[in-house]
Design a binder for this molecule. Structure first.
Ligand SMILES: Nc1ncnc2c1ncn2[C@@H]1O[C@H](COP(=O)(O)OP(=O)(O)OP(=O)(O)O)[C@@H](O)[C@H]1O
Length: 708
């Protein structure tokens, strides 16, 4: 065994030296070509290609590949070692296998999809299905040109028929810093299937906590860009994530995968960009405090909850009805007269508006009719009159045209939205529309709008009003859209984005068990799936959790089973660690106990440790206390733009999406976590943030869904 390992190591070391020399030689050759700085278009394009290769090779030379797969294609009788890396490197000889195969290439899919056994393996190539036998699957860790580790996870000749998890477990055991990382060397078969799924469908992925949803989504974007390079462009792909800190946390993955320019945004920022408005939405913290206040005072959630109603398709349809009824009100009363004696009859203007320009949305129609009126004036001015009269007419016409244009509605989204809700005070919105809006929603929104307050939940409606009246310009369309944490997106959000996406090309990922924003999100994936025809959508489930140890996952699963009763529990990868500690506060007192726990965990080798509180106020208080005690610790509140790593204290609801080497859940007791599904979900989110160690500290009694 030891000998086997040594010879494998020697073999890989030799091969690595050869590959690095070859890459280096190619790099030197490219660098020796003088950089073109002239104006010739063809030369510029050639230079851009050379620069791209220079950059790729100089990245690749440090860590050229991470895996090897020995494959014998059926009927070819030749076993080939295929080396797979983040960046593909072709050989100079035509027709030869690449020196390094890009992880996204069709043949590389074997490295991920092959799960063992003696049977033929296969992959989809452009020329059809290719079958063959896999002889070896090997992971190779290279850091800064040094071969650090060689691990065989499958050998055809051995007694072990399946691909082993050993290398994956080694990777998962590493500590994490303040950024999400790529997983190209250990993508699992179930994840690979999603990454490589066809582009044109709306994929809905339910994945348990830590199943790699965010990571998979980012790898999928990189894959789509490689596989469909002719049809998609990075600038027209977007990933929506819940907040700026989360965007910062995931921001390294795409550059690590060699992909730039993909948009990474919050829905809020995108929507405000489309609306091009001065308005800002009310700070999210206000809503968070209402919904995440500890205790049982939270408002009940039903279909009349403002976030749920304004996210429903019923509301979307109401807005369509509302815009339809604006049509007959658009053309101002009365004929248009540019100067006394010249008249353009309203009947004629109505004809242009209602017949000739009917296919256009209202704002476009208005624009065209006004341009036509302008042309009509110019024709009228051509009629023969004296220079003095002409001058007088021109002056009058300019004034009256301006005044007339002002009488037309501008179809500005916020104004239309205000008019809709201020109809409570007798504006002309038909009762068929008003009666459909729940009274509490009408009242609250009218009061907000009176104070010029917009909320995040109003944004889909505002963008839709804009789209209905202005249409979508081609620059705003997407080739592919990823929605992460999609359980917090309403059906209206997704239906709206669908208008901006070519061919329903979506990747929608989330976890209903982490649906802590149930006051605005979906309660079942059918709410999303039903937006698309069955042929346009696909559903995947990710059930294995890669983040946490076996002990943590089993502990969190109990919270799900007893508290949420969702049935979507996680299957752990066999990575064992310390038992979860559930401890009552000791005699030294709450804060002091939390401090000593934090000190103990911070004293270990971990890079990130967090204390999760139930509310923001508690996080602030503890943060001040920890600072006072000399700890170097960050407070994370809803306004953070960056995630710093190290030690942090934050309310549990802001921890969603993040992960820490060790987590201390403060106050894991009945006073803080009520006996309902919502609080059980919160605690589940908190517990599943931990990679290696999880401690829960409490006073008096634990909630019934926590295993002592
Ligand atoms: N195949 C894999 N190999 C190595 N690490 C993996 C793999 N899949 C996921 N991980 C790791 O598991 C952790 C969780 O991944 P990620 O945050 O993408 O999961 P998620 O499903 O979005 O989680 P959550 O919903 O709980 O926020 C990350 O540290 C990620 O690197």
């Amino acid at each position: 065994m030891v000998n086997d390992f040594q010879s494998a190591y020697q073999e890989e070391k030799q091969r690595l030296t050869q590959v690095m020399e070859e890459i280096d030689r190619r790099l030197q050759k490219l660098r020796s070509v003088p950089v073109y700085t002239g104006h010739d278009f063809t030369e510029q394009a050639l230079e851009a290609g050379r620069e791209e290769r220079r950059q790729a090779l100089s990245k690749s030379v440090h860590e050229p590949y991470f895996g090897r797969l020995d494959f014998e294609e059926k009927g070819k009788g030749e076993r080939k070692p295929l080396y797979i890396g983040k960046i593909g490197v072709d050989r100079e000889e035509v027709g030869e296998y690449p020196l390094v195969i890009d992880w996204r290439a069709p043949v590389a899919s074997l490295f991920y999809s092959f799960t063992g056994g003696q049977d033929l393996a296969s992959y989809e190539a452009p020329e059809g299905l290719i079958e063959g036998l896999v002889y070896l699957k090997r992971n190779v860790v290279i850091r800064q040109q040094i071969l650090e580790r060689v691990a065989d996870t499958y050998k055809r000749e051995s007694d072990e028929p399946a691909v082993s998890d050993e290398f994956l477990v080694y990777r998962l055991g590493e500590n994490k810093d303040n950024r999400l990382r790529d997983i190209v060397s250990t993508i699992q078969a179930e994840q690979d299937q999603i990454i490589r799924a066809e582009r044109s469908k709306a994929l809905v992925i339910q994945g348990v906590a830590g199943s790699g949803k965010t990571t998979v989504a980012l790898h999928r974007l990189a894959f789509l860009l490689y596989q469909y390079k002719e049809q998609v462009s990075a600038e027209k792909m977007i990933i929506f994530a819940p907040n700026h800190m989360f965007l910062d946390y995931i921001s390294d993955v795409l550059p690590e995968l060699g992909v730039g320019s993909i948009q990474q945004r919050t829905f809020n920022d995108w929507a405000l960009g489309i609306l091009d408005t001065e308005f800002q939405t009310a700070p999210a913290e206000e809503a968070l405090q209402t919904w995440f206040e500890a205790g049982t005072n939270r408002p009940a959630v039903d279909e009349t909850t403002p976030g749920r109603f304004k996210g429903a398709l019923v509301f979307m349809r109401l807005l369509e009805g509302y815009v339809q009824q604006l049509e007959p009100l658009s053309v101002p009363e009365g004929d248009f007269s540019p100067w006394d004696g010249a008249v353009l009859a309203r009947k004629e203007i109505l004809h242009w508006f209602n017949e000739e320009y009917k296919p256009y949305p209202l704002a476009k129609r208005t624009e065209r009719v006004l341009a036509r009126i302008h042309r009509w004036i110019e024709m009228e001015l051509k009629k023969p009159v004296s220079a003095v009269v002409l001058k007088e007419r021109k002056k009058k016409a300019a004034q009256r045209e301006k005044a007339y244009a002002k009488k037309w509605p501008r179809f500005e989204a916020v104004t239309m939205y205000k008019q809709l809700f201020q109809a409570v005070k007798g504006q002309p919105v038909p009762s068929s529309i008003m009666d459909e809006i729940p009274v509490n929603v009408l009242k609250q929104t009218a009061a907000d709008l009176k104070k010029n307050v917009l909320r995040e939940e109003d944004l889909p409606a505002l963008v839709y009003l804009h789209v209905l009246t202005h249409d979508i310009d081609s620059g705003s369309r997407f080739d592919h859209v990823v929605i992460d944490e999609a359980q917090d997106f309403s059906p209206f959000h997704t239906a709206l984005l669908d208008l901006f996406v070519k061919g329903h090309s979506f990747t929608i990922l989330g976890d209903l068990s982490q649906g802590i924003h149930e006051y605005k999100g979906v309660h079942s994936w059918d709410e999303v799936g039903s937006l698309f025809n069955s042929g346009d959508t696909g559903y995947f489930a990710l059930t294995r959790s890669y983040r946490s140890t076996l002990e943590i996952i089993e502990f969190a699963n109990v919270i799900l089973e007893r508290g949420v009763r969702s049935g979507i529990t996680a299957v752990p990868v066999f990575r064992s660690g310390d038992p979860v500690r559930v401890l009552p506060y000791g005699p030294q007192g709450r804060r002091e106990h939390l401090l000593s726990a934090l000190r103990e965990l911070a004293g270990k080798e971990y890079r990130t440790v967090s204390v999760l509180t139930r509310t923001l106020r508690e996080a602030e208080e503890l943060h001040a206390y920890f600072l006072e005690q000399g700890m170097d610790i960050h407070l994370i509140d809803g306004s953070m733009k960056q995630y710093e790593g190290g030690l942090s204290v934050l309310p549990v609801y802001l921890s969603k999406g993040l992960e820490f080497d060790a987590v201390i859940v403060a106050d894991a007791d009945e006073q803080h976590y009520a006996p309902d599904a919502m609080d059980a979900k919160l605690l589940y989110v908190g517990c599943t943030r931990a990679l290696h160690e999880l401690w829960l500290l409490y006073s008096e009694r634990l909630p019934a869904y926590v295993e002592a």
